[in-house]
Design a protein around this ligand. Sequence first.
Ligand code: AMP
Ligand code: MG
Length: 273
Amino acid sequence: MAKAPSLREALRVRPGSKVDLATFDTGATHGRRKDTAAATLAKDLDRLTSLQDRLWAEGRHRVLIVLQGIDAAGKDGTVRHVMSAFNPMGCPVTSFKVPTPRELAHDYLWRVHPNVPGDGEIAIFNRSHYEDVLVVRVHGFAPKERWSKRYDQINAFERMLVDEGTTILKFFLAISKDEQRQRFQDRVDDPSKRWKFRMGDLDERKLWDEYRAAYEDMLEKTSTDGAPWFVIPADRNWFRNLAVATIVADTLEDLDPKYPPVEEDIPKGFVVE
Ligand code: AMP
Ligand code: MG
């Protein structure tokens, strides 16, 4: 039997391909099993810890991880479960919220650029500049003449970051409409989760089809070789965590970060007094 393709290959949106989220299986597990997932995830998290330590020590590569998804898709959970493998010192997380008046008084990339990763850093965007072709498009916060140009602008911006030494990974967490309903219900019922729920979330939910079209366009127009999108089946948290952890770890492994050489030769068996 042929070896199953890696999740990195299986879930990547190939540049120029069509994306149909209406038929996408948000509960897919790609042959992974829940009962062995915890052990596999633990291994991947160990890989991530070790790779990030070397990446930070080497101070050469810059890595940007973008998380997008509809409300309750699991963006926060992904940060908590996967990125917990990283030393927070080298791993700034930025959550992009409704723009402030000062942010709105500038172009949409103005608030983004200062938060991209520096040498040795893995920066995480919880939402991102993609909101400016998602929520902004769906609600008409900017006219079509403005937002429709942004796909090319974003590709150019990300291309510049890549050319300057940044590795970019973008994850779209895909859940079904019914899974979102259940998660909202959980938030309503569980006092420790209620703070995450706003009645306004239901207005967004009514725009499900409009968001789906906006996500499809985003995925089709902005998945590039240098800055690929991955569509993660995210109805099952265990699979979502496993998929994101594996893809990030495989990518960091390719960068092959190395501890820097010691400045002077330290004699073998040198004793510190
Ligand atoms: P949350 O992720 O639940 O903390 O919510 C953040 C909110 O900010 C979401 O409702 C986003 O749609 C909204 N948001 C983020 N970026 C933008 C933007 N550029 N324009 C308008 N709303 C935005
Ligand atoms: Mg929310």
